[in-house]
Design a protein around this ligand. Structure first.
Ligand code: SF4
Ligand code: SF4
Length: 298
């Protein structure tokens, strides 16, 4: 199962973009000639909510789940990371594939629910929100396209339980789209920002411990009750993580800082601005002396 993904182009399949009213002809059922073919050769990116569901089902900590079932990859060089399923050792099949089908079916990830449809989130220049389009993936091995059953993509998404998954991954997708569309004005995220992104999005138990820690309490003006509520609710914690990252990565301050921390942050911003100005002045001086040098040579 490969994906022209969502929102990262990886597949050889060229997508035709359609909307949710587009009618597809497809059915997948046990006994079909290609049973499990799609799960035998995987390239599946996971959303934070996918991880949350799977680690809960498997009764693993996020660190255990990530180590055993995934590997990280960078969206771009030195950029924030995504997480993909790690196939079986020495092969390309999903670790959850069994002869009977998917062993985590009720908690299977978004990409598996969507297949053979792929979600492509995009944000047009100047628009505040992303829009969803879809692409149909037709791979030779998949016989599901030959079965006479027609339904719209919206109906298929509802049938596959993907609506909830999309809703709960929206904050994560928006972070990635904003990062991609912000270009050089935001620049490459620092190592610290990348580590925080990974922790808040994927290593959810570590993020929980971070939010519960005294260090977090010293930095952010959240009451003990608010923090207790957050650490006790997986979904609320995940969505808080997206908010936290918007603050860390894009300076969108929605979580109030404690007074001392706010002062320290203002000082840091001031120092950084001065450093940029000093560097710009030094560059200008270098450029001007270079011009003189060339003029002298003439
Ligand atoms: S999670 Fe299930 S549906 Fe998805 S690739 Fe693995 S076995 Fe297939
Ligand atoms: S019909 Fe397609 S989705 Fe279903 S088992 Fe076959 S290859 Fe997989």
């Amino acid at each position: 199962m490969s994906q022209p993904n969502v929102p990262f182009p990886q597949s050889p399949v060229v997508p035709n973009m359609v909307d949710g009213s587009h009618v597809i002809q497809f059915s997948c059922h046990k006994g079909i000639g290609c049973w499990n073919a799609c799960c035998s050769n995987i390239d599946i990116s996971l959303t934070p909510y996918d991880i949350l569901r799977l680690k809960k089902r498997l009764e693993l900590s996020s660190a255990e789940f990530l180590t055993k079932y995934t590997f990280p990859y960078e969206f771009e060089k030195d950029d924030i990371a995504g997480v993909k399923f790690r196939p079986v050792q020495g092969g390309s099949a999903c670790q959850f594939m069994t002869p009977e089908g998917c062993s985590v079916y009720e908690d299977r990830p978004t990409a598996c629910r969507y297949y053979p449809v792929a979600l492509v989130s995009m944000r047009k220049e100047g628009e505040a929100f992303d829009t969803a389009s879809y692409a149909l993936v037709k791979e030779d091995h998949c016989k599901g396209h030959e079965v006479q059953r027609s339904l719209t993509i919206d109906e298929y998404r509802t049938e596959q339980g993907v609506v909830e998954y999309d809703e709960l991954a929206r904050g994560w997708r928006q972070l990635i789209l904003k990062k991609k569309s912000s270009g050089p004005s935001i620049g490459k995220p620092s190592l610290k920002s990348r580590q925080l992104f990974f922790m808040a999005c994927y290593d959810q138990d570590q993020f929980r411990a971070f939010v519960a820690s005294d260090a977090f309490g010293d930095l952010f003006a959240l009451s003990r009750e608010e923090r207790t509520k957050l650490v006790g609710d997986d979904v609320a914690l995940m969505e808080f993580g997206f908010r936290f990252l918007r603050q860390v990565m894009f300076g969108e301050e929605s979580i109030p800082l404690n007074e001392e921390a706010a002062k320290a942050r203002a000082e840091k911003v001031r120092e950084k601005r001065m450093q940029i100005e000093r560097e710009a002045a030094a560059k200008l001086a270098r450029d001007e002396s270079g011009d003189d040098y060339y003029r002298d040579e003439d």
